[in-house]
Write a protein that binds this ligand. Structure first.
Ligand code: SF4
Length: 224
């Protein structure tokens, strides 16, 4: 499995090149982006972040001083703005009480993850995105694209828990933050270009015999 997981990485990197994720000028901006991107596309998040930036609000104290109505309007482009405002404020209050991102960074990895997951509205993918991209912790981010291509290739059954899939990567890769960042970004690229809801297997870099793990009839029509 180790070789397979690494080989998928090098194949994607060779085809797509480095993605240099996550876009953002500061760790706090990255963390805010990870919260606002839930259930929407990145273009909408960019608009919301731009609004916050224009007002100088990529700042824990300044967000907490700003009236909720104003914040709601600024993040409106990201959709589900009432829910996201609550989640954003939960996270910012959490940051404030833990000495900001610098304070969080000092916590042991397991404690940090547990605390993040206890913040209202922060699930596994968001917590791990914040840990990896904003806090530079070696945690692999699993998303729907990851689950989809692994299942199609028979590498997972598809009903595994989030942490089982995360561990599949973490146990079979060197514990390297930059590699984890790049790998997740490459999977997103794969999901957007080839492994869409209707897969475009022709010319996909993963459509090679060695990447198909099981003789699964449901996959047979995808194979090249
Ligand atoms: S070969 Fe097909 S199923 Fe596999 S990753 Fe590419 S698009 Fe998805």
């Amino acid at each position: 499995m180790k070789n397979l997981i690494l080989e998928i990485y090098s194949t994607l990197l060779k085809r797509f090149g480095p993605q240099n994720w996550w876009p953002g000028d500061s760790p706090l901006e990255i963390a805010i982006g990870a919260i606002l991107t839930q259930n929407t596309n990145w273009k909408n998040v960019e608009k919301a972040i731009e609004n916050l930036k224009k007002k100088g609000l990529i700042d824990v104290d300044r967000i907490l001083e700003t009236p909720e109505n104003e914040l709601r309007e600024l993040i409106r482009p990201s959709g589900f703005f009432n829910i996201k405002l609550r989640r954003l404020l939960n996270f910012i209050e959490f940051l404030k009480s833990h000495g900001g991102l610098d304070g969080l960074k000092k916590l042991p990895l397991h404690e940090l993850r547990k605390k993040l997951l206890a913040v209202g509205g922060i699930g596994f993918e968001t917590a791990d995105s914040i840990m990896l991209y904003a806090l530079e912790k070696p945690v692999f981010v699993v998303d729907a694209y990851t689950r989809r291509f692994l299942k199609r290739h028979g590498i997972i059954r598809g009903n595994e828990k989030y942490d089982e899939i995360r561990e599949l990567f973490e146990k079979n890769l060197p514990r390297d933050v930059e590699l984890f960042k790049e790998y997740h970004a490459l999977i997103v690229k794969l999901g957007k270009v080839y492994c869409k809801s209707k897969p475009v297997c022709d010319n996909c870099p993963l459509n090679r015999e060695k990447f198909w793990r099981v003789e699964d009839e449901s996959n047979s029509d995808l194979r090249g």
